[in-house]
Design a protein around this ligand. Sequence first.
Ligand code: GRG
Length: 314
Amino acid sequence: MGELAADKHVKYIISVEKKKDSFESVVMEHLRLNGAYWGLTTLDILGKLDAVDEEDVISWILKCQDESGGFAGNIGHDPHVLYTLSAVQVLALFDKVDILDADKVSNYIVGLQNEDGSFSGDIWGEVDTRFSYIAICCLSILQRLDKINVDKAVEYIVSCKNLDGGFGCTPGGESHSGQIFCCVGALAIAGALHHVDKDLLGWWLCERQVKSGGLNGRPEKLPDVCYSWWVLSSLIMIDRVHWINKDKLVKFILDCQDMENGGISDRPDDAVDVFHTYFGVAGLSLLEYPGLKPIDPAYALPVDVVNRIFFSKK
Ligand code: GRG
């Protein structure tokens, strides 16, 4: 089996950040803050966060904040809960959450909770369990979870549970591993994992492993490195990770590396990108691959960062 080309992945991430005119940078322009979270968290898991200029990153993030308190994907764009979580997560990596006005950011999120407990992603109103996770995770990091109706938020997530044990985007929506991560992660943070049928969901999740060792997002679909995160983190949160073949999954992820120029792709021999590089490295971290910082399956941040948020005396 090959090895993790850690140094090459660090160089790849830094090169994407520098090539502002590249195809990848241009298509990611409007979601750059989310891309920054993927890239910087990868660097931190690899122990190389100091390869970037912290002050540059932080001053750019602050310029992405809108007067509503929410953050946009880049300067001058519209705010959305996803970029708001990314901003808070990146600041957490640098131990700089304190520079934010936590009440202002929280008020933006609180304003997006609907009567039925669900969350909209922004003022345009789209509802999805992704936004429930984002709101709960972000408010928890800001230590402001008590500002929303958590019981209602949990009730809405539970209303998206299916007969197969999985969860969808909205009530009745098909179970999908990405949404399952969001629902299980939100319930874990809210202390409400008792709503999950762990054996039933664990069975559905471990059936996502295909012959190559990779995981797919739902039945009959192709495997993709990103599901190493969505599926594994969910299995860990419900204590069923021993139901998949870890060695085969490690091999699948390593086979998706570009051994020459760094980066990880969705499947072997495809083009690499920062999204799959992050989820590949994060997946390996969940699999306890040597030399990587452990990552927290619910907060999607390194465990030392999560411990600093909740256990440091400030
Ligand atoms: C902090 C890690 C973190 C996440 C923030 C945005 C978000 C919360 C979660 C997204 C969860 C999600 C829905 C992930 C799935 C992404 C994905 C690869 C979707 C592809 O869907 P299809 O239908 O692909 O195109 P399949 O694989 O089903 O063919």
